[in-house]
Design a protein around this ligand. Structure first.
Ligand code: KG4
Ligand code: ZN
Length: 345
């Protein structure tokens, strides 16, 4: 297949963001429309699956219209329709999958099935004019639902190195934020508050799981330690140093994420490290990872997407789809949602 102009419409409905985007050649964003349901779910402290699916259904068609209009293209200009088919909430994923299949059939376009986790990694390819990052790379995907360390050998070829045994990193941020009374989603609130706090004020436990499973993660012990400490302070009637608590919690999460990512990059002798997923927007994670790679792995390049491409979006779906398109890897119209889809499926 030659490198002609390939326009792909991407759809994303795996959790609480409804999104549609048009991307050219896997790197140039022509439109990237997102409708977040955060406010709808905020009063429940987390995503309510039935509400998410219903809202996706209400929004998806108008978001597709808006994405095409903003990009200045019609369906006849597209080369493919791409959709994330897992992992995620089954009812939510089904809205995107059914819509993409209907569009592909009606417009006679090939359908590309994209793994949502793979797409998070490809958010790092969405920089127009910059050469693509070199592979192999180590990727850290940290979001509300996932904490995965992977080796990207070639486009479409992944080796999972480790994942969380319990809470995802973003989930820990959200739960600690809730205990601190900071609302949902908690990650950005903790990030802001921690900037005014002392990260060494409290020493919370870090689960390195050395030896047995060096690339696995565990955040539930840390989360419980922070929440228990908070309760003790409240019981004693002491003033709660919220910013110091936030900063000390955040530094424990960041230290484990950075240590393991750097160790994996060293072991696998990669030239690039990718951060992706909502937690990759965390300012401390970016800063510490940058410093540690600079001093410990000279020559290795760190990539992270701008904050709006860290969290769920459809541009990353279209970017990942481009590599499948070029290899002619298309899905049949009986494509189904796969809520537990692993990365190397
Ligand atoms: O990738 P994403 O939008 O959705 C999932 O696929 O889960 O990630 C959302 C998660 C939430 O847990 C949110 O608290 C976290 O990313 N997050 C952050 C930051 N911004 C978003 N966590 C820490 N620091 C941030 N700045
Ligand atoms: Zn995600």
């Amino acid at each position: 297949m030659d490198r002609k102009r390939v326009l792909i419409l991407g759809l994303e409905t795996s959790c609480d963001e409804t999104a549609a985007a048009v991307v050219e050649n896997g790197s140039r964003i022509l439109s990237n429309v997102i409708s977040s349901q955060v406010e709808l779910h905020a009063r429940f402290g987390g995503v309510v699956p039935e509400i998410a699916s219903r809202r996706h259904l209400e929004l998806i068609n108008s978001l597709i219209d808006e994405a095409l209009e903003t990009a200045g293209v019609g369906t006849s200009d597209l080369q493919a329709v791409a959709v994330s088919y897992g992992p995620g909430l089954v009812g939510a994923l089904l809205v995107g999958v059914a819509t993409a299949k209907a569009l592909a059939y009606a417009c006679r376009l090939p359908l590309v099935a994209v793994n949502h986790l793979e797409a998070h990694l490809y958010a790092n390819f969405l920089v127009e004019g910059r050469p693509n990052p070199s592979l192999p790379a180590v990727g850290l995907i940290v979001s509300g639902g996932h904490t995965e360390l992977v080796l990207l050998k070639r486009p479409g070829e992944y080796m999972p190195l480790g994942r969380t045994r319990d809470d995802a990193a973003g989930e820990a941020f959200d739960k600690v934020a809730r205990a601190l009374g900071l609302g949902y989603p908690g990650g950005p609130a903790i990030d802001r508050l921690a900037a005014r706090g002392n990260p060494d004020y409290f020493h919370f436990p870090r689960a390195f799981l050395d030896g047995e499973s060096p690339y696995e993660f565990s955040f539930s012990g840390l989360k419980s330690a922070v929440i228990n400490h908070l309760h003790q302070l409240r019981q004693k009637g002491e003033e709660i140093p919220l910013a110091d608590l936030a900063a000390s919690f955040q530094s424990a999460v960041v230290e484990v994420l950075v240590e393991k990512t750097v160790a994996a990059a060293r072991e696998h002798k990669v030239g690039s490290v990718f951060l992706s997923g909502g937690v990759a927007a965390n300012s401390s994670l970016r800063r510490v990872m940058e410093e540690r790679i600079k001093t410990q792995l000279p020559g290795v390049k760190l990539y992270y997407p701008p904050p709006e491409l860290c969290t769920d979006n459809a541009a990353m779906i279209a970017a990942a789809a481009y590599h499948h398109y070029r290899k002619g890897r298309f899905a049949a119209l009986d494509l189904n949602a796969v809520p537990q889809l692993p990365l190397n499926a």
